[in-house]
Design a protein around this ligand. Structure first.
Ligand SMILES: NC(=O)c1ccc[n+]([C@@H]2O[C@H](COP(=O)([O-])OP(=O)(O)OC[C@H]3O[C@@H](n4cnc5c(N)ncnc54)[C@H](O)[C@@H]3O)[C@@H](O)[C@H]2O)c1
Length: 354
């Protein structure tokens, strides 16, 4: 039987509960020795929900000192990714770190260099690269079904979705930014991926923070990370709307993103325009393909396995074999560089080369 990889999970919040622990419960290749959270009750609650967790701790250094632990999952807020990843790599652990890599490109590069120096795998949780629809589109592009993809348009706009308003999510020093880094990280990363590793060359971008200038009067029905919100005394200095244009060596990309907007519907999709065919990826779901030869649209039927389980299985496989996969940090740095460039362009209000 295959040996189980012993891991520690740092951060027992929403993404841990809703995605990763759920995925671990279906995997027989992983042993979760530690669940760690600064707030003891959150780790304990997780152990109640997922009894396969062996022990809970509040100090992640305890798990890092344990030689039996081979890999750690870092599922904490963005500002802490850098420090915990560096500590884990220096303790000779392989690391899976949630997206975005960290709050900026320079620190992301340091993390990649440290992993290389230590000979450790460092993967980033850009889970959509393991979504079946993304894999199929990437393969169709490689097979030439689109012909030449000359432009990609993408929309990641929602009516009311500012997470944890006033807390870490909307404080630039802690999150690195707003909707662009939080959602754009997924959309723009998978565009570069589907295009076959496109390299951005120049870009322009504008960011806005309009919908919660007065946090107390922001109207919403539900909020991700509501327990971290601080509408009375918190900070909101990040973008809730972004618009940009990117030239790459493969195709141009235009995009709009909104954590909140005064339009009732959500528009979450990516359009790939090729000279032989075109495809719309309905984010997190399926895709439609318009075949330029027969002039018909197909919506293929296919099974969609759990992408979080697949990204973890692939991570553990990398840990066992040492072979870097599509979510290895070296394959994600380009999108971190792109996000940095877009924020710089918005600050300086001009087009720039990157
Ligand atoms: N892949 C995805 O689609 C996806 C979706 C949502 C969130 N995320 C990412 O996951 C990360 C966590 O987001 P979340 O929504 O779960 O946040 P959250 O606030 O719900 O959970 C974070 C947890 O980390 C704990 N924590 C903070 N610092 C710690 C430390 N030093 N040691 C131990 N525990 C610590 C907090 O107490 C909290 O319980 C973020 O980086 C976010 O961008 C990814």
């Amino acid at each position: 039987m295959e040996q189980k990889t012993v891991v520690a999970v740092i951060g027992c919040g929403r993404i841990a509960k809703n995605a990763h622990f759920k995925a671990f419960s279906k995997m027989d290749t992983i042993r979760v020795k530690y669940a760690c959270d600064l707030i003891a009750e959150k780790a304990e609650k997780m152990k109640e929900l997922y009894p396969f967790i062996e022990q809970t701790v509040t100090d992640y250094q305890i798990a890092l000192r344990d030689p039996e632990v081979t890999a750690v999952y870092i599922l904490t807020p963005n500002y802490s990714h850098y420090e915990i990843t560096m500590d884990a790599l220096r303790a000779d652990k392989h690391v899976f770190c949630e997206k975005p890599i960290t709050v900026n490109y320079a620190l992301s590069c340091e993390m990649a260099e440290e992993a290389e120096r230590r000979g450790k795998i460092l993967n980033i949780g850009v889970c959509n690269r393991y979504h079946k629809s993304v894999e199929m589109l990437e393969e169709m592009n490689r097979e030439g079904k689109f012909g030449h993809i000359y432009h990609v348009y993408c929309s990641f706009r929602s009516c009311r979705s500012i997470p944890g308003l006033g807390g870490a999510f909307t404080t630039k020093a802690l999150s690195g930014g707003g909707v662009l880094i939080d959602w754009g990280v997924h959309f723009l990363d998978l565009i570069l991926y589907i295009l076959g590793g496109a390299k951005p060359q120049s870009l322009t971008c504008d960011t806005y923070s309009e919908m919660a200038k007065d946090m107390k009067s922001y109207r919403y029905k539900s909020m991700w990370a509501e327990d971290t919100a601080d509408l009375e005394n918190g900070t909101n200095d990040v973008d809730d709307f972004v618009s940009g244009y990117i030239r790459t060596d493969k195709a141009s990309i235009s995009f709009n993103g909104a954590w909140a907007q005064n339009l009732e519907h959500d528009d979450m999709y990516i359009d790939f325009l090729g000279d032989r065919g075109g495809g719309r990826l309905i984010y997190g779901k399926r895709f439609e393909f318009f075949d330029g030869q027969t002039i018909t649209t197909e919506t293929p039927e296919y099974e969609i396995p759990n992408m979080y389980q697949r990204e973890s299985e692939a991570f553990l496989e990398s840990v066992r074999t040492g072979v870097k996969n599509r979510c290895h940090i070296s394959n994600i740095l380009e999108s971190a560089k792109l996000l940095d460039g877009l924020y710089r362009s918005a600050e300086q209000k001009r087009e720039m080369e990157i």
